[in-house]
Ligand binder design. Structure first.
Ligand code: ZN
Length: 309
């Protein structure tokens, strides 16, 4: 699309954390704002502003709520009125409203008219970790792009080229995070992510053994830490999804952090049960993000899983 010069004006980019949604949005902005002959040229004034920290026509909307959510009036309606004002430097203005996950879906209605018929100079990019975070009325008005992970080999090759980590560190990261390059990079430095992988592995083992007590023991490690809980449930979903893929005989492109456990789960449970388990994880990710009582959620997710298996 960018090489044809046919970049849509309303775009949704979705995919889990670490896959490069904001990177893609920045690339689109640079393609549009670059004034060189061969965009993105990385040499013109606009490109230098973009890579140097800011271009007045690439507006990354900052959420007002502490939770990371956007406020209807302060954030979203302000974008709508601002979008009708001409760009200050370039010929277009690009708005990035990232991580819509924590904003009530209903607020998206404020953007409908804008994304349906944006002014000629405006491009609006929305991102979230899953397509389901967007209203159908939004999705029907935008070009929706889904981000996918690369293969493990591609991730290893890329990380060798772009980081100074040892081969062992790179292999460990890719083993845990698969072809999600952003997550691999995070894994190098992040103790919380290493902990999340540890809890996920314990959970996967406990599920395979149908041991509710071990499930609770694993999940209680997330008590008092919503973010850890959401990460664990997200990672667990990937392990379960891989298990279902293995079960169906299409296990060549796994994304989860524990192939060994995915194989065991794939051998232990039917495809239907694995799908139902994924749905339980999804339900509790939404509940924990939605500020439900965390301790109750930790107990309830284990009980639901136990009932299901
Ligand atoms: Zn340029």
């Amino acid at each position: 699309m960018t090489s044809d010069g046919r970049i849509p004006q309303s775009i949704v980019i979705y995919g889990e954390k670490g896959l490069g949604k904001k990177k893609l949005a920045s690339y689109i902005a640079q393609r549009l704002l670059c004034t060189g002959d061969n965009p993105p040229c990385n040499g013109c004034h606009a490109c230098r502003m973009l890579t140097g920290g800011g271009h007045p026509d690439f507006i990354k909307v900052v959420p007002s709520l502490k939770s990371g959510g956007y406020k209807l009036d302060e954030d979203l309606r302000r974008v709508v009125s601002d979008a009708y004002i001409a760009p200050s430097e370039g010929r277009v203005k690009v708005y990035l409203i990232a991580d819509m996950d924590k904003t009530p879906q209903g607020s998206q209605n404020a953007l409908l008219k804008l994304i349906e018929e944006p002014p000629a100079h405006a491009v609006i990019i929305l991102t979230a970790s899953a397509r389901e975070y967007f209203l159908p009325t939004v999705l029907s008005r935008v070009t929706a792009l889904s981000m996918k992970s690369v293969t493990g080999e591609q991730a290893i090759a890329y990380l060798k080229e772009t980081t100074d980590k040892s081969e062992q560190e790179i292999c460990d990261a890719v083993k845990a995070m698969g072809g999600n390059i952003g997550r691999c990079i995070e894994f190098f430095e992040s103790k919380p992510l290493k902990k999340a992988v540890e809890v996920t592995t314990l959970m996967a083992q406990a599920i395979e053994q149908k041991n509710e007590y071990d499930m609770l023991r694993a999940m209680w490690k997330c008590d008092g830490n919503r973010e850890l809980c959401v990460t664990v449930l997200g990672l667990l979903m990937q392990v379960l999804r891989d298990a279902a893929m293995i079960r169906m005989g299409v296990g060549e492109r796994l994304i989860g952090c524990s192939e060994e456990n995915s194989r065991r789960l794939g051998a232990a449970f039917s495809e239907r049960k694995l799908t139902a388990l994924c749905e339980i994880c999804e339900k509790y990710i939404a509940a924990v993000n939605g500020n439900s009582n965390l301790t109750l959620c930790l107990n309830a997710v284990c009980a639901d899983i136990r009932l299901c298996i």
